[in-house]
Design a protein around this ligand. Structure first.
Ligand code: NI
Length: 351
């Protein structure tokens, strides 16, 4: 039976799994029920499972006709966690847990990889090598991919390449996309505290006002991407939180600024972090106020290797047709699949 015919026949069962997961969303590293559902399905289809990498991770081990002896192996990865937000949908499978929702579609990713597992298990006699089915926890800020790698994902399950996929609302129905190079950006956070000396707002000569200093910093930070980063490179510096003051007639002691930085390369990230610290410390020094500067690197950029991206595109073309296998413009969102791509060749795809 053809791939699409098989999947169409199994669609009601896979849809039911997705809706069950959607109704029972679990947050970072709490995906216990979800992992149980995944492991039970894989087992029911005759696929051995390994559990516990990265706390709640599940790896299905699917050997092809060689029984795992020829050394050829790839990984297919899905993320299982939900987001801490309230669902307002009213359909029957809406979230049963207040404040938790599969709003990023990882219930779909989990169901999609289960569907692939079911198909591959039914056709393993024509499979030349091994497929590791990687169900990871905590993509939403928890770095579940990093945890699985640190727990030995690639040493316990040696593979030549790894592939992941995200749903992408806005793409035309029936299309898939992948490109070589950067798919998603590195994600980083900063916190700046400008410390002056508060006092009565009617007597500015008696205080050390941190507010105009913070205002200058916010503006000056926007010159880093426009004046320091090479124009054909990409970078984002966004100040997203500004906290100071409690009264109209009181100058506050300090102003706290926080925000995010996104880049596709380590070189641009190094440059932005260095320039930010120079701008912050220099501006504070010029005004005689103290400052604190913290910069935290969360997720690295997600970089697709060219041969694997090209391989994925050719596979997509077989499924959806050449005209519907599209190039993917990089986005400044971030994705912890990046940690797997630091270790193995591979590609992150979109559907
Ligand atoms: Ni997501």
């Amino acid at each position: 039976m053809s791939l699409t015919a098989f999947l169409a026949e199994q669609a009601p069962q896979i849809t039911a799994i997705r809706r069950d997961l959607h109704a029972h969303p679990e947050l970072c590293f709490e995906e216990v029920r979800t992992a149980d559902v995944v492991a039970a399905q894989l087992t029911a289809w005759g696929i051995p499972v390994h559990r516990g990498l990265g706390t709640t991770g599940v790896v299905g081990i699917l050997h092809g006709k060689d029984g795992g002896t020829n050394g050829k192996a790839i990984g297919l990865r899905a993320d299982m966690d939900a987001l801490p937000m309230q669902e307002f949908n009213t359909f029957a499978h809406a979230s049963q847990h207040a404040g938790k929702m599969h709003a990023c579609g990882h219930d779909g990713h989990t169901a999609m990889l289960l569907a692939a597992a079911q198909y591959l298990a039914a056709h393993k006699d024509s499979l030349d090598g091994t497929v590791y089915l990687i169900f990871q926890p905590a993509e939403e800020g928890g770095g579940g991919a990093r945890e699985m790698v640190q727990d030995g994902l690639f040493t316990q399950f040696p593979m030549q390449a790894v592939f992941g996929m995200h749903n992408w609302p806005g793409m035309p129905e029936g299309t898939m996309a992948v490109s070589p190079g950067p798919a998603m950006a590195s994600s980083n956070e900063f916190k700046i505290v400008v410390r002056g000396k508060g006092g009565h707002a009617a007597m500015p000569h008696m205080v050390l006002d941190p507010v105009p200093v913070a205002a200058q910093i916010i503006t000056a930070l926007q010159t880093i991407v426009s004046r320091n980063v090479k124009p054909i490179e990409a970078g984002v510096v966004s100040v997203t939180m500004v906290h100071a003051g409690e009264a109209t007639n009181v100058v506050p002691d300090s102003v706290e600024l926080q925000g995010t930085v996104r880049t596709f390369t380590l070189e641009v990230l190094d440059l932005i972090e260095r320039r930010m610290e120079e701008v912050v410390r220099g501006t504070c020094a010029a005004h005689g106020v103290q400052c604190e500067f913290e910069f935290v690197r969360n997720y690295p950029p997600t970089i697709n290797t060219a041969p694997e991206a090209d391989f994925a595109r050719r596979v997509m073309a077989q499924v959806v047709g050449e005209a519907n296998a599209l190039p993917q413009e990089p986005t400044m969102g971030a994705e912890d699949f990046a940690f797997m791509l630091l270790e193995k060749p591979g590609a992150y795809c979109f559907i």
